[in-house]
Structures are given as structure tokens and as C-alpha cells.
Write a protein that binds this ligand. Structure first.
Ligand SMILES: C[S@@+](CC[C@H](N)C(=O)[O-])C[C@H]1O[C@@H](n2cnc3c(N)ncnc32)[C@H](O)[C@@H]1O
Length: 158
């Protein structure tokens, strides 16, 4: 086994979500909740020049997950099974998550952001500017596209 590094938190998320059930899930869920990324003082110098970017990837830890499943049943697909690596399940072999947020404001070492989907107190591993170079027409959305099509069908019938 290679000698992997030991991750450290560079800060924590302040979010309106206390329980996982508070966080919007499933098809059509909107992720527009505001929160704060509180960066620890010893890493604050790393925030120089962040103001120039509108969006960031936040790499964070599913610290409340206790185990993993190689087959997940996402709420967005009514419990149909998919390999964990084809989902965003919090129950993964390495409990690492990725969320794109919009930077609204910087107050010193606190970044006010929109788009949080993590619990209050969640540890942050890294921040890096979001610079997507993939054209929308080059993206395939796998089982999610099928689930969205089925969802539209349901809405049309109702
Ligand atoms: C579906 S995951 C997606 C996370 C991230 N955007 C990604 O794609 O990696 C979001 C869910 O993770 C769960 N969650 C949020 N914060 C968590 C934490 N600190 N520990 C464990 N689970 C968490 C909640 O159930 C939330 O709805």
C-alpha cells in the first residue's frame, strides 16, 4: 500500500443544515442555500486573490458517514441501484465530497458563499477556482438523464 498523506482541515463550513434531512435532495432539488466557509487562521494567507473568482470547488469530508456501500440507491432515481462511483453518495470508501459554490463576499478568512449542501461544522479539505472548460453539449449525464426524463413524464401526467 503506498504511503498516502494524512488530510488536515483547512477550515469548516457554517451552514443552515443541522440534520442531513434538512438538505434538499432528489430530482429538481435546488442548492442555493447560503453559508460561510471559515478558513483557519494558519491557512488564511492562502486566500489572497480569491475575490477575483466567482465560483469555487470545495473539497470536503463526509465526516458523519460511518461506512460505505459499493452500490448506492440515490433518491434522485427512486432507489434504483447504481455503483457508488456513478453517484454522489455520502457513503463512499474515501468519504470525500466536492461542491461548487458561488463566492458572494469575503470577510477576512470567512467566505460567504451560495450553494452549500453540507452540514454545519463540516471540515473543508481544499478550495480551488471552478473553471469549467467542458462544453454543455459534450457532457453526458448517465442514469440521471434517464431519471430526469422519467421525472418529466410524471410531471406531465400529474
Ligand atoms: C448527495 S451528497 C453530494 C455532496 C457533494 N456535492 C458531492 O457531489 O460530492 C450531499 C449529501 O451529503 C450528506 N451530507 C452533508 N454533509 C455531510 C457530512 N458532513 N457528513 C456526512 N454526510 C453529509 C447530506 O445527506 C447531503 O444531502
Amino acid at each position: 500500500m503506498p504511503n498516502l498523506f494524512t488530510p488536515i482541515a483547512i477550515g469548516h463550513v457554517r451552514s443552515p443544515f443541522i440534520k442531513t434531512s434538512d438538505i434538499p435532495k432528489g430530482l429538481g432539488a435546488k442548492h442555493d442555500a447560503e453559508g460561510v466557509l471559515e478558513i483557519l487562521p494558519e491557512f488564511a494567507a492562502g486566500l489572497k486573490d480569491v475575490e477575483g473568482f466567482s465560483h469555487f470547488y470545495v473539497l470536503w469530508v463526509f465526516d458523519q458517514s460511518t461506512d460505505f456501500d459499493l452500490v448506492a440507491t440515490p433518491p434522485a432515481d427512486n432507489g434504483r441501484p447504481h455503483g457508488v462511483f456513478a453517484t454522489r453518495s455520502p457513503r463512499r470508501p474515501n468519504p470525500i465530497a466536492l461542491t461548487v459554490v458561488e463566492l458572494l463576499r469575503r470577510d477576512g478568512a470567512q467566505l460567504q458563499v451560495r450553494g452549500v449542501d453540507m452540514l454545519d461544522g463540516t471540515p473543508i479539505l481544499d478550495l480551488t477556482p471552478y473553471l469549467s472548460s467542458v462544453r454543455a453539449e459534450g457532457l453526458r449525464r448517465g442514469w440521471l438523464a434517464e431519471a430526469e426524463k422519467r421525472g418529466r413524464g410524471c410531471n406531465e401526467r400529474s
